[in-house]
Design a protein around this ligand. Structure first.
Ligand code: 5AD
Ligand code: SF4
Length: 435
């Protein structure tokens, strides 16, 4: 979501600025930030501090901090870092043009951190010939909702991104159509909790219907979405995923913890049994679907027994990949005030254990692809080796492969998998299916 917000700012600024890789050359430096855990928040301050000396050399340089840390910290940022000129929160960054204008006039820091519950996400489309995205893009994100009403007790998101607001379906469709016109083949619909899309609004489709509407767009080949909350994953959505060939066979379904006691303390509103039932339904309806998840270790009060239940869930579900984190105290949250915090050392140990258990499962799953033919949407050249292409399977596994032709970016190809790596597969190009 942060990446998508950054893209929006690029588009908004594209008539005035062009991107540079070199901070010394920049007239404007924006640091878009995440505050979901403490570490990225610290990074904001160190990153912003790094640009202080540039301002001495170039007094007209404008420095701004945007996104969740800006939202969380507000004017504290200016107090700690007086060389910062703009502090634009998660709704405020949409008004970057206006903020710049005000700053140029007043030369005083501009802070936009109001969160309006009735905020409407503006429709920002790339203008012709002002593209800041160099080559043609194959995949793109589209934000369908902002904010969250779930208040998981560890999570800062509801406080820094505000109440859940769904975007109008017409705007979403318009944005997807524009991207497809520019050559995009795969869209990832974004929201903190996409399964509750439209439910608060009168006359909006629900998420399953929205997927169906998006899938009718000609020239769009693949649709992904993230993130799903297990409590809101409906049978209707599973059915649409099973029947609509454009929807990728992958779901990111954050479990967070395997112990019902901890899930309750986290305010997740499902039990591990509920979760496993949904997994079974998904697997029955969509054979071969890949499932990924988020795990937090060391939530306050998590005992060794609780933790073992998380490991058991990894073995039971057999995720393709997981994202795992040490619990991190966040301001405003309920968990921050809980007792029985788990020590840093213990959290480290548990995280390591989670990595070990999952590495084995991922390896086994990836090895099961060897010898199979898969469809890959080619995103471009591989980052590691310039004579290889990179793309993804419908199950969201990265595939690197060599091919005898050079015009494959954006094509859907068939690849024979020959080798499994830690987080990717290697294979041989067989044929082009669609271009
Ligand atoms: N500590 C650790 N991990 C967290 N996440 C959210 N808040 C915290 C926190 N306070 C993780 C969750 C979520 C992912 C995006 O970040 O696993 O799904
Ligand atoms: Fe945070 Fe929970 Fe909302 Fe996800 S669903 S953004 S973890 S409060």
């Amino acid at each position: 979501m942060n990446e998508n917000d950054t893209e929006k700012m690029y588009i908004l600024l594209s008539d005035e600025y062009e991107p540079t890789q070199n901070p010394e050359e920049a007239d404007l430096i924006l640091i878009n930030t995440c505050s979901v855990r403490e570490k990225p928040q610290h990074k904001t301050y160190s990153e912003a501090g790094r640009y202080k000396h540039l301002k001495k050399k170039k007094p007209n340089l404008i420095i701004g901090i945007t996104g969740c840390v800006a939202q969380q910290e507000g004017e504290n940022i200016i107090k700690r870092l007086p060389h910062v000129d703009l502090v634009l929160g998660t709704q405020g960054f949409y008004f970057i043009k206006k903020a710049l204008e005000t700053f140029r006039k007043t030369k005083k820091p501009v802070i936009l951190t109001e969160l309006k519950p009735d905020f409407k996400i503006p429709l920002i489309l790339e203008k012709e010939n002002t593209s800041i995205f160099p080559n043609k893009r194959v995949t793109a994100f589209v934000t369908i909702m902002q904010g969250c009403d779930n208040f998981c007790t560890y999570c800062i998101v509801p406080y820094v991104r505000g109440r859940e607001i769904s975007r109008a379906p017409e705007d979403i469709l318009k944005e997807v159509k524009e991207l497809v016109k520019k050559g995009v083949r795969e869209i990832t619909l974004l929201g903190q909790n996409v399964n509750s899309y439209g439910l608060k609004e009168k006359g909006y489709p629900d998420f399953a219907d929205l997927l169906d509407m998006v899938s009718k767009i000609d020239g769009l080949w693949r649709i992904r979405f993230t993130t799903s909350h297990p409590k809101d994953l409906s049978d209707k959505l599973i059915e649409i995923m099973a029947n609509n060939p454009k929807i990728c066979k992958h779901i990111h379904l954050p479990l967070q913890a395997g112990s019902n006691r901890i899930l309750k303390k986290m305010n997740r509103k499902y039990t591990k049994e509920d979760y496993l039932r949904k997994i079974e339904k998904l697997r029955n309806a969509i054979p071969g679907i890949s499932i990924t998840t988020d795990i937090i270790v060391g939530f306050p009060g998590e005992t060794e027994e609780d933790f073992k239940e998380t490991l058991e869930m990894l073995e039971k579900v057999r995720y393709h990949e997981i994202f795992s984190f040490k619990y991190s105290d966040r301001p405003f949250t309920v968990a921050q005030k809980m007792s029985n915090k788990v020590s840093e050392e213990e959290k480290k140990r548990r995280l390591k254990k989670v990595h070990e258990v999952q590495a084995k499962i991922t390896k086994e799953i990836y090895e099961s692809y060897v010898g199979k033919e898969v469809e890959v949407l080619v995103e471009g050249l591989s980052a590691k080796s310039k004579d290889m292409f990179m793309g993804r399977t419908t199950t969201n596994v990265i595939v690197n492969f060599k091919a005898p032709r050079l015009d494959l970016k954006g094509a859907l190809v068939k690849v024979l998998i020959e080798e499994a790596g830690k987080h990717s597969l290697k294979g041989k190009y067989l044929e082009t299916l669609k271009i």
